[in-house]
Design a protein around this ligand. Structure first.
Ligand SMILES: Nc1ncnc2c1ncn2[C@@H]1O[C@H](COP(=O)(O)OP(=O)(O)O)[C@@H](O)[C@H]1O
Ligand SMILES: [Mg+2]
Length: 500
């Protein structure tokens, strides 16, 4: 645009802005703005440091005060002062009392305001309605508050920071919170105390249709992450799972969807890939919504809520200007619940009864970084890798349930098969690291699942002896692991393990 407000487009079209027109651009940085643009525009730079997160919290407290009582407002302020600034300073600046330590790291970039927003969301999701006997005094609220702090301010911290964070809270709060990590505990509203997540893990029952890809063995990880997802979704707010490939993000999210009433919800899953274009995404989404009233669009069955689940959200390729185009569109949609019609009259459409869930791998190691302004719209949780004990439990349960009707000889061996498989898997992870030449040496739970998928294809009539099932197991391990290895040395490492 030139000084006379004449905008010249790439195709030669010219648009003259009228005297009373002005354009306001909201940008993250000016990396791609030419000096000519910068010199013509009035720039307003807002440093997030100057505003801080307090005004946001104050406003939220005012809402709570109006909804519940004065006492509630005072308690929330008191708890805020006791925890929030101290913890945020510990994370971002590394200050611990007089000492200065390493700042803590997040799995995906988060700002202090994001954390406080997530905190208020979680508290909202846990507080009962005013008509039900709501705890309002500081001492009644404190444990609940600490629980919410852990899963908001500490929700997206790297796995190795979790213990440090939990210990820091314990030392600074002075409550008796038990010896286990705060991350391992759940706040039970009825008994007003902490209960280990382990206690909430239900017994595993195989899916009725015996489809392997629908198997989910409940573990404390799956239970707590689906609980968190459920809390955030109940408020119709966006929720994001961030974790390495093979940490069960997708299966956990699906199992949570499955447990929800399909009379009320419709789910639309879109898998993003490096080839997804923003028009693909928009087309796919628009096929799943209908016109309601003038300019208003919503899910195809009226009365239902549409859940848009974007899997692998960080996959789209980054264009020449550093943008992931489908994600730029997604940001517009999540932030405003609006979408422009493509072509036609470019009508601005309002999207109703839709909420958002996402999952992605953390940036780094070849994975794309996602625009922090998109991430800030979501409540984010770091999905940690299951512990060895949990992995053992998952696969032992799958096989044990599968062989319940098999001969005793076969039943007797399955425990050994599981420990041998895990042994093999851990050895491979340790001894065969990924290198530039062996860039496909990525081993995770998916591979274990492949072995077990093969094992669960065994049938009662064909596998009556110990040897037959061992032969099957060896074959599965060879196909899943050995066949991928590039040289004899690596292969013999695996094959030696298979001779038992
Ligand atoms: N609790 C569990 N029960 C059964 N299978 C699991 C469990 N956790 C992980 N898996 C298996 O691990 C693999 C990876 O899970 P997935 O959800 O695809 O990971 P992600 O989406 O995080 O990359 C899947 O094959 C899944 O079957
Ligand atoms: Mg996945």
């Amino acid at each position: 645009m030139d000084d006379n407000k004449l905008l010249t487009l790439a195709n030669g079209d010219r648009i003259r802005l009228l005297r009373h027109c002005a354009m306001l651009f909201e940008v993250f940085d000016l990396q791609y703005a030419s000096p000519a643009t910068i010199s013509r525009c009035g720039m307003v730079y807002v440093d997030p440091k100057n505003l801080g997160y307090r005004p946001f919290y104050d406003r939220w407290v005012r809402d709570k005060q109006a909804k519940y009582s004065e006492v509630m407002g005072e308690s929330l302020n008191e708890l805020y002062l006791k925890y929030v600034p101290i913890l945020i300073d510990r994370i971002f600046e590394g200050t611990s009392g007089e000492e200065i330590l390493e700042p803590m790291k997040f799995i995906t970039p988060r700002t202090n305001l994001n954390l406080v927003q997530q905190l208020t969301t979680l508290i909202d999701s846990m507080l009962p309605e005013p008509s039900d006997n709501v705890p309002q005094e500081v001492d009644q609220l404190e444990r609940l508050y600490v629980f919410c702090v852990v899963w908001s301010i500490g929700g997206a911290l790297m796995a190795e920071e979790r213990d440090k964070f939990s210990d820091f809270i314990k030392t600074s709060c002075g409550l008796m919170l038990g010896s286990s990590s705060l991350y391992d505990n759940y706040y039970d509203m009825d008994s007003k105390s902490y209960v280990l997540w382990d206690r909430k893990v239900p017994e595993y029952t195989p899916p009725a249709n015996r489809k392997f890809n629908q198997i989910l063995v409940p573990t404390s990880d799956t239970v707590r992450y689906s609980w968190l997802l459920n809390q955030i979704m109940a408020l119709k707010k966006p929720c994001m799972f961030v974790g390495d490939s093979g940490t069960a993000k997708t299966v956990t999210i699906y199992s949570q969807f499955k447990s929800m009433s399909m009379d009320k919800y419709l789910v639309l899953t879109i898998n993003f890939s490096s080839r997804t274009a923003s028009s693909d995404f928009q087309k796919n989404f628009e096929e799943n919504i209908d016109k309601r009233t003038f300019k208003q669009y919503g899910p195809k069955s009226a009365g239902k809520q549409l859940i848009l689940f974007i899997d692998d959200l960080n996959m789209p390729k980054i264009d020449k200007y550093g943008t992931q185009q489908p994600n730029a569109l997604l940001k517009f949609l999540v932030e405003r619940n609006q979408l422009y019609q493509r072509g036609g009259d470019l009508e601005l459409r309002e999207i109703v009864d839709t909420q958002y869930v996402g999952s992605m791998t953390p940036p780094g190691g070849g994975n794309n970084k996602v625009d922090p302004r998109l991430m800030s719209l979501y409540s984010c949780f770091n999905i940690t890798f299951p512990t060895n004990l949990a992995i053992q439990k998952i696969y032992a349960s799958i096989l044990e349930k599968h062989v319940t009707e098999f001969a005793d000889e076969v039943k007797g061996i399955v425990e050994k098969i599981t420990s041998a498989t895990l042994n093999l898997y851990f050895q491979i992870c340790e001894k065969l690291p990924r290198t530039p030449v062996k860039f496909h040496y990525i081993f995770n739970l998916r591979d274990l699942s492949r072995v077990y998928e093969g094992l669960t294809l065994s049938t009662l009539d064909k596998f009556q002896t110990r040897d037959s099932i061992i032969r099957l197991w060896r074959n599965e391990c060879m196909r899943v692991f050995s066949d991928r290895l590039v040289n004899e040395t690596d292969r013999s490492l695996v094959n030696d393990q298979l001779i038992v």
